[in-house]
Design a protein. Structure first.
Ligand code: GLY
Length: 370
């Protein structure tokens, strides 16, 4: 990892994602978006850029980024789409691609994803198929995107049948994480992003799990140093996993900790429940599953619930959710293979294992026992 101080004393840190010719830097720092133009200019990736953003993020940061890129001598345009998960579908991709084609974007041009997970996933997908592939960079503006979805190259859109069912693995050429933008992030979205942060501690890094508990006040108060350290650790852990298993042949599945049941909860809510909230509920549920099958001690559930609650995250499946629908959603999830549902279960804090050997009765109990 490198440290560098900009002219205005913005301390930034860089982590490299090592994937041979597809390697790329993740740069993290307060206010670093001011330097994105000169960095992109120096990288020489494209002759022109389209910044893709939703209407909400574009109204906050679109014009500013456009000017930053233009001031650095880069040709660029801003293209927006309506905010929200409902936009994450194939016809939005078609509209964006047509928009690029009408403006004469060709294979020497590039995309900039400015926004949260929906924008990053869609822009990455568009970049992977437009003219059979053009470069793109990620400028994530939500905590969830900064600690998870902007890194690792998963791209895609939803289908009516489920989330992320159409997509590609396509790595960005760089990720710029400006922690300053978190100041304008709605509180629920910040809290939801904390579920993904806690996921790393609970599944891979015990020390980080303890550190999060210790730094709770500073993190919730958006204290810059704590936020930067937290995001850096998540990106380091994600990079380490992706470097070993880019296309989720095995190890990368551990990053789905809490997501198997979480996605079912999210689907059962009609996608009204914040993704992070659903993942938090899913983490508690799989911890209980691990205890039920004798894999983990009940202290693991207690520790996970305590940390989730410390960050104001929910841990219970809402009682009004229909258990039969939840069970059905588990079977149609993308992580289900050949009818086998793979669960990422904690053996202890910081250590998980993956199994498809869970009995129907145990699943039913954790889905309905509370
Ligand atoms: N969000 C999990 C992964 O990127 O693999």
């Amino acid at each position: 990892m490198n440290h560098r101080t900009n002219s205005e004393d913005t301390v930034e840190q860089t982590i490299q994602v090592g994937l041979d010719e597809r390697s790329y830097p993740i740069t993290i720092g307060m206010g670093i978006n001011r330097y994105v133009g000169t960095r992109l200019q120096a990288m020489g990736l494209a002759k022109r850029y389209a910044i893709i953003s939703d209407d909400r993020v574009a109204s906050l940061y679109g014009q500013q980024l456009l000017e930053i890129l233009c001031d650095a001598g880069l040709a660029c345009e801003l293209i927006t789409f309506p905010h929200g998960e409902a936009s994450k579908r194939l016809d939005t991709i078609e509209q964006l691609a047509s928009n690029l084609a009408e403006r004469g974007f060709d294979r020497k041009d590039g995309l900039v994803a400015l926004g949260g997970g929906v924008t990053g996933d869609m822009t990455g997908f568009l970049a992977s198929i437009y003219m059979r592939g053009i470069p793109f960079i990620q400028i994530p503006t939500s905590l969830l995107a900064q600690v998870d979805s902007s890194v690792g190259g998963k791209t895609g859109v939803d289908l009516p049948q489920g989330k992320n069912l159409v997509g590609t693995f396509y790595q960005p050429r760089a990720v710029f994480i400006d922690t300053e933008v978190l100041k304008t992030l709605p509180r629920d979205e910040f809290i939801g992003g904390m579920a993904e942060v806690i996921k790393y501690g609970a599944s891979i890094d015990t020390d980080f799990f303890s550190w999060l508990a210790h730094k709770r006040e500073a993190i919730l108060g958006l204290e810059p140093q704590a936020i930067a350290t937290m995001i850096r650790r998540c990106c380091e852990l994600k990079a380490q996993v992706v470097e070993q298993d880019e296309r989720e042949g095995g190890l990368r599945r551990i990053l789905n900790f809490g997501h198997t049941i979480g996605h079912a909860v999210e689907a059962a809510s009609g996608y009204q429940l914040n993704h992070g909230f659903a993942v938090a509920i899913g983490m508690r549920a799989v911890a209980e599953l691990a205890v039920r099958i004798g894999m983990a001690d009940s202290s693991v559930v207690a520790a996970i619930v305590q940390l989730l609650q410390a960050f104001h995250l929910p841990t219970e499946i809402p009682p009004e959710f229909d258990r039969a629908s939840l069970r059905a959603y588990l079977s149609i999830d993308k992580k289900t293979v050949g009818g086998r549902i793979f669960f990422v279960l904690p053996e202890q804090i910081g250590k998980v294992c993956i199994t498809d050997q869970i009995g129907e009765e145990d699943i039913a109990t954790v889905l309905g026992a509370r």
